[in-house]
Ligand binder design. Structure first.
Ligand code: FMN
Length: 346
């Protein structure tokens, strides 16, 4: 791979960039408009200051948790990101193997380059969720949910922040066009230039319908407002995934880290909470948990690991985050995740 093994997640980014075609790199790295939300998602974690506890016995640290009854060795998971074949020939199958090796739950995108069945078979028994861009045709949407359930995906994360794709200006400049992937029907509406999926008619009625046909836990992904979170939970969602879609939708939309406290205050006692956006350090994970998340997710870092070194790279990225979280918990005086509470944040 390289002369030295990366010891931070950030070191994987240039390795990945060197391994990926420039236009595909623009698609992975880029966001909407002036990319203010991308920068802010990173800065939001950095702005937060910690108030550590001292004189706590942290010899035995326990990072374990559960997600809808499934035990997980730690709370770091993989966000759904599209088209892993642009990063590595083994695509999402390699991502799934690497995540499984690191004990991290993986969320597979609807815009995956491998089928959900192949990805499941690539990492048998590993915990996994499926991210849904619901096709406008309800029977096609139902078929995707049924397939995910049959293939052992433990929850559906329905993405609610993409009526239209954001203005990805890097893609417009490079002429990059993404494929709809392995799951969507070919007549799914998509942007004619970039190929990106569009769902302009999706409303709360569709969420109600999805809830009615989805037999496994359902999370609404891409919620940034407490009133929307309340409405989604009232509609029967089991979880809220607080996210600005990696800064790829509405530029200057609030960072997940900044949106989380209000949402946790509104629905944290009755919904499972996930946060993502700009998480690059175990300390960011600690802060996400302290602000009320049950799980903290990473998108681009998994792609970086995949592009740099296949499944081993994915595994290493996630293990770095896990080990950084473990040390951060020790130094903050938190032997278990239950002790990672809001008072840790200044
Ligand atoms: C290249 C790329 C593709 C993505 N594809 C999807 C997708 O198919 N579905 C989805 O819900 N979110 C998608 N996202 C958003 C991620 O799930 C996640 O919210 C975001 O990447 C988190 O920010 P981070 O990359 O800074 O960790 C994508 C993000 C990136 C960077």
């Amino acid at each position: 791979m390289t002369k030295h093994l990366p010891i931070t997640v950030a070191e994987f980014e240039p390795l990945a960039e060197a391994a990926v075609e420039p236009a595909a790199w623009g698609y992975y790295a880029g966001g909407a408009g002036d990319e203010r939300s991308i920068a802010d998602s990173r800065a939001a974690w950095d702005r937060l200051r910690l108030r550590p506890r001292v004189l706590v016995d942290v010899e035995n640290l326990d990072l374990s948790t559960t997600a809808f009854g499934t035990p997980l060795p730690h709370p770091i998971i993989v966000s759904p990101t599209a088209s892993h074949d642009l990063a590595h020939p083994e695509a999402e199958v390699a991502t799934a193997r690497g995540a499984a090796a690191a004990g991290a739950l993986m969320t597979l995108s609807t815009i995956a380059s491998r089928t959900m069945e192949d990805v499941a078979a690539g990492a048998p028994g590993a915990p996994r969720w499926f991210q849904l861009y619901p096709p406008a045709d309800r029977e096609a949407a139902r078929a995707l949910v049924d397939r995910a359930v049959a293939a052992g995906y433990g929850a559906i994360a329905v993405t609610v922040d993409l009526p239209l794709p954001g203005n990805r200006e890097r893609d417009a400049r490079s002429g990059f066009s993404v494929s709809l992937g392995a799951h969507l029907p070919p007549d799914q509406p998509s942007d004619p230039t970039t190929g990106l999926v569009i769902m302009p008619t999706m409303t709360w009625d569709d969420l109600d319908w999805l809830r009615s046909i989805c037999p496994i836990p359902l999370l609404a992904k891409g919620v940034l407002r407490a009133d929307d979170a309340v409405r989604a939970v009232d509609a029967g969602c089991d979880g809220i995934w607080v996210s600005n879609h990696g800064g790829r939708q509405l530029d200057t939309a609030i960072a997940g880290a900044d949106a989380l406290p209000q949402i946790a205050g509104a629905v944290g006692d009755r919904a499972f909470l996930v946060v993502d956006g700009g998480v690059r350090r175990g300390i960011d994970v600690l802060k996400g948990l302290a602000l009320g998340a049950d799980l903290v997710a990473v998108g681009r870092p998994a792609i970086w690991g995949l592009a740099a070194d296949g499944s081993s790279g994915v595994q290493r990225v996630l293990e770095i985050l896990r080990d950084e979280l473990r040390l951060a918990m020790a130094l903050a005086g938190c032997p278990t995740l239950a002790e990672v509470t809001p008072d840790l944040i200044v």
